[in-house]
Design a protein around this ligand. Structure first.
Ligand SMILES: [Fe+2]
Length: 163
């Protein structure tokens, strides 16, 4: 059987499993990059009540997603795959809904982010189970830590909503 071109010599799992794991990680990489830049869009454009607190919160969430992007991309490569992490690749592969580019007021941003962080988190939870099913506890652990961080992010975003 010829080697898949996306695979390097160093493989921790058999070829079929590696391809599935790398595809899973690349999908998450695309979703995470999309969410990171959606969050930065909110950071730049937020206006209104609690401007400064939200401006800072959105940037903290963006920075955290940047670490997640790096972890996912490097896990894909460590498994023997190729990370697909350009903005264009991520933009066309992302499963998230596009951000409302005309959003200005604080609560429009908070609510738009809550919708997308919720969707993203449920996709991460699904990825935990998929990685476990493929026998990769380390990738499952990576997703578990992301899921825990997203719960915290969602708490901060929902706590910022109007009563
Ligand atoms: Fe900034």
């Amino acid at each position: 059987m010829s080697k898949h071109p996306a695979l390097l010599e160093h493989e921790l799992f058999n070829e079929k499993t590696t391809i599935e794991l790398v595809a899973l990680l690349n999908q998450s990489l695309a979703d995470t990059l999309d969410l990171a830049y959606q969050t930065k869009q909110a950071h730049w454009n937020v206006k209104g009540p609690n401007f400064y607190g939200l401006h800072l919160l959105f940037d903290q969430l963006y920075i955290q997603l940047g670490t997640t992007v790096d972890d996912m991309a490097e896990r894909a490569v460590a498994l023997g795959g190729q990370a697909l992490g350009t903005i264009r690749a991520a933009g066309s592969a992302s499963h998230l809904e596009e951000y409302p580019l005309d959003a200005k007021q604080s609560m429009v941003h908070v609510n738009a982010l809550i919708d997308r962080y919720s969707d993203y988190t449920s996709r991460v939870r699904h990825a935990i189970r998929k990685a476990e099913k493929l026998g990769d506890q380390d990738t499952a652990d990576l997703y578990t830590s992301v899921s825990r961080a997203m719960d915290k992010a969602l708490w901060m975003l929902t706590a910022s909503q109007d009563a």
